[in-house]
Ligand binder design. Structure first.
Ligand code: MTE
Ligand code: MO
Length: 207
């Protein structure tokens, strides 16, 4: 058992080394995949951009709901990053386009007591995070992957991208960021996943 888990822990780093990729990019216990696995709880929710909006509310000075065209009028950012799923796959150099969440938070004006965020999605999925994580340069609401609009399976029309945490925090079908004073757990967090989800610390489950 101990031997198996040691082998598993090193697998991704060995894969990386063989391909001339810096093994330090692979968090412990992850392996590399070229595919893009799909993990969605329940069916893909339907959406209609005509009556779609992204809401930022809760403990903010200026709550708002952005229509699709309004969101597209924000500065668009394209970045390339690695993503890590709690089911142990990591995918390197994925390219995403969207709007920095920081820009949306600045428009909303978070009140001093705002410290946590609950992301809400169509289809009732939720996930939580400390507010401060959302100010990072690599955190987007993303609408395109590899230069093409997000596929339904990957969260169309809009998903959160938060590469520094396991990928379940990157909420697909995103519709609302609710700013809270206290942490409120989301779907997987209530079902045994780790609240913090840092892949470098292997924060996979509570148990
Ligand atoms: N709305 C919603 N977002 C979600 C999920 C989900 O079931 N519903 N699954 C999460 C999980 S567990 C993972 S690993 C990633 C998977 O993203 P992908 O299907 O694009 O690989 O989406 C996350 N975001
Ligand atoms: Mo996941």
């Amino acid at each position: 058992m101990a031997v198996t888990s040691k082998l598993l822990a090193a697998r991704g780093r060995q894969q990386a080394a063989k391909r001339g990729i810096d093994p330090a990019r692979i968090p412990p216990g992850q392996y590399l995949t070229e595919r893009f696995p799909v993990l969605t709880y329940g069916p893909n929710p339907r959406f209609d951009l005509e009556d779609w909006s992204l809401c930022v509310d809760g403990l903010v000075e200026r709550p708002f709901a952005l229509r699709w065209e309004e969101l597209m009028a924000y500065d668009q950012v394209t970045l390339t990053t690695d993503i890590h799923c709690v089911t142990r796959w990591s995918k390197l150099d994925t390219t995403w386009t969207g709007v920095r969440v920081r820009d949306l938070l600045e428009r909303a004006g978070v009140k001093p007591e705002g410290k946590f965020v609950l992301a809400h999605c169509d289809g009732d999925y939720t996930t939580n995070m400390p507010l401060e994580l959302l100010y990072d340069d690599d955190v987007l609401v993303a609408h395109a992957y590899e230069g093409r609009p997000l596929e339904a399976d990957h969260g169309a029309p809009l998903r959160l991208l938060m590469p520094k945490r396991y990928f379940w925090k990157s909420a697909k079908f995103l519709r609302r960021l609710e700013i809270l004073s206290e942490d409120r757990q989301g779907f997987w967090e209530l079902n045994g996943y780790h609240n913090d989800a840092d892949p470098w610390q292997e924060q996979r489950h509570w148990f």
